[in-house]
Design a protein around this ligand. Structure first.
Ligand code: FES
Length: 597
């Protein structure tokens, strides 16, 4: 297939030559039962599939891929499905975040290495969508994201449940003794009723919605439940559109522009979305050559109302958002704050896509005059405890704790926390500030979602349901509470968090965006000099024991040596930027080989 500029699609270097290499490439497809008519001269569209039985949120993507294929073939293309690493939140230890960058490298190199002209990326669970965006941005071949969609609402004894916001809520009630173990157990079968990812505005839903705001998926797709037949239709449309994208040569770099990232940040803020999205968006932008700072999020937060009434910040679930009009209805609410001239994968602008968007339930997507808050759901803090920044999800926090001074109760690591948090003799009261160290990108390792520190059982039994908690960890997007996360620099690389001791006073003022450790500098210098273990030890926690840095090898060594801090997106320093793959190549009479890119 030769385009008007006399160039051919990249895949024709593999399949379009009458030499030994062309012979082998065609034979490889014929070996799978394809006739030459099926692929000859057609755009080849990869389907990067993160299906896995170990990622329950993505377990239906094998089926969804068939609908993508149908769309590709309907539009005259040829589908080539291939697997990628898949990262599931429930099963990966110590944390799926440890391997997000690995998955992005896998995707980038598969795009680069395979004979494809464009790619449809199937994702769903928390890390799989950011990894897909990162890989696609770095390879910069025409790409379109298809997320697997949220699971249906949970239902337990007539109450709609959202995972895992309500798993956590009822876990606290179990620990407080207000429900029985048998009642809690009975929820296990009621919380996930269908395929799909967590159905609150957690990280998976947030990143899926941000794909719409960025323009990297077709409009309206993020909220369609995984079990709804319209998701299959959506997948088919995406497959067909991917063929056109490949022919047009429209690249992610033309879509994921600086203005598009600002749109995504506005969307994150107005949704009260996951704090994890700050890290992921920063990492994706870094691949696109765009530097996002915490101040970008905070500045836009000051002028972005929170209009989405979904758990964990609000009341409803993704299924409700779908019936209310989906993400286009949200974008329409804040249209005046968006750059609607941004191009999307549909070939239309964001403004075109939401021109006719309507909201069918004003209690789910609130009118501006009735917004949950005049500001966004996230705030960036700085101060002597977090010189490089920290974040708090204001929309899921207790308003009375937004300005607070309290005594630190310190846990050195997750094992220490687990061993002591429910100790009846633990010296702690509701006004104290719980502090957890050694859970950052290096110290975790991989920055686990340990930031949702459990409240001490004895305080739960007294009726306490929230306290200020501070760590260098992340928190699940489904979690809630007055929780300060992503403290940077992290404790394992010598941040002030490493120096906090039980009894120190900590002050937080969200309005002023401050987070301070109220300890004299001289005393902090003394503590730093007295730190027993070398600062910067990249350890790994495994069920109570810790590997020393000298025992870390392989990918974990690569991670320890190259991971950036949270405000830089936790990407690897050597992965920033992109190396675009050619979309079309010259049409020599006798192409020398299949290597291009
Ligand atoms: Fe996959 Fe929540 S466990 S999105």
């Amino acid at each position: 297939m030769t385009s008007s500029n006399g160039k051919i699609l990249r895949s024709q270097e593999w399949f379009g030559t009458r030499d030994l290499e062309g012979f082998l490439h065609r034979a490889g497809l014929k070996a799978q039962g394809w006739s030459e008519d099926s692929f000859a001269g057609r755009p080849v569209i990869g389907i990067a599939n993160s299906w896995s039985e170990a990622t329950h949120c993505n377990a239906h993507l094998r089926d969804l891929a068939e609908h993508v294929k149908r769309g590709i073939m309907r539009a005259g293309g040829f589908p080539l499905e291939f697997p990628t690493i898949s990262l599931g939140e429930f099963f990966m230890s110590p944390t799926s975040m440890l391997c997000r960058n690995l998955m992005s490298m896998d995707i980038e190199e598969m795009i680069r290495g395979l004979p494809i002209d464009g790619v449809v990326l199937l994702s769903g669970c928390d890390k799989t969508t950011p990894a897909a965006l990162m890989g696609a941005a770095s390879a910069d071949l025409p790409a379109i994201i298809v997320t697997g969609g949220p699971s249906l609402r949970g239902n337990w004894r007539g109450e709609a449940l959202g995972s895992c916001t309500d798993c956590r809520r009822f876990w606290s009630e179990l620990r407080a003794g207000t429900i029985t173990q048998a009642e809690y157990d009975s929820m296990e079968e009621a919380i996930y009723r269908s395929p799909g990812h967590c159905m609150v505005m957690g990280t998976a839903s947030t990143m899926s919605a941000l794909c719409e705001a960025l323009g990297m998926t077709l409009s309206g797709g993020a909220s369609i439940p995984a079990a709804d037949s319209r998701r299959s239709v959506f997948a088919e449309r995406a497959g067909a559109r991917a063929v056109e994208l490949a022919q047009e040569g429209i690249r992610p770099s033309q879509i994921m522009t600086e203005a598009a990232f600002k749109n995504a940040i506005r969307t994150l803020l107005t949704m009260g979305g996951s704090t994890n999205a700050i890290i992921h968006l920063t990492a994706v932008a870094g691949r696109a050559g765009i530097k996002l700072d915490l101040s970008d999020f905070d500045d836009l937060s000051r002028s972005t109302p929170t209009v989405l009434n979904l758990k964990p910040s609000g009341k409803y679930l993704m299924e409700d958002l779908f019936y209310a009009g989906g993400v286009p209805a949200v974008l329409k609410r804040i249209e005046h704050l968006l750059d609607t001239s941004c191009m999307t994968v549909s070939g239309k602008t964001l403004g075109d896509e939401i021109a006719d968007a309507e909201c069918y339930d004003d209690d789910v997507v609130l009118p501006l005059e009735n917004a949950m808050s005049d500001e966004g759901g996230l705030a960036a803090l700085k101060g002597t405890l977090a010189p490089d920044g920290a974040v708090i999800k204001v929309s899921a926090a207790s308003p009375e704790l937004m300005q607070h001074r309290g005594r630190a109760v310190v846990f050195e690591n997750p094992v220490d926390l687990k061993n002591r948090i429910d100790d009846p003799d633990l010296d702690v009261n509701a006004e104290d500030v719980l502090v957890l160290k050694n859970t950052g990108p290096v110290g975790g390792p991989g920055m686990p979602e340990a930031g949702f520190l459990p409240l001490p059982r004895k305080l739960l039994q007294q009726g306490v349901r929230d306290m200020i908690r501070i760590s260098d960890a992340r928190m699940s997007g489904t979690a809630f509470g007055t929780i300060v996360l992503h403290v940077a620099p992290e404790s394992a690389v010598g941040g002030p968090l490493a120096l906090v001791e039980t009894g120190d006073m900590i002050e937080i003022d969200v309005e002023e965006r401050r987070l301070d450790l109220l300890v004299e500098e001289e005393e902090l210098r003394r503590r730093k000099a007295a730190l027993a273990s070398p600062v910067g030890d990249s350890a790994a926690w495994h069920g109570g024991s810790r590997d020393s840095v000298s025992e870390v090898r392989g990918y974990r060594k690569l991670h320890a040596d190259h991971v950036l801090q949270a405000p830089q997106g936790c990407d690897f320093d050597f992965l920033l930027g992109s190396t675009p793959v050619e979309t079309h190549v010259e049409a020599p009479e006798h192409p020398a080989g299949h290597h291009t890119g």
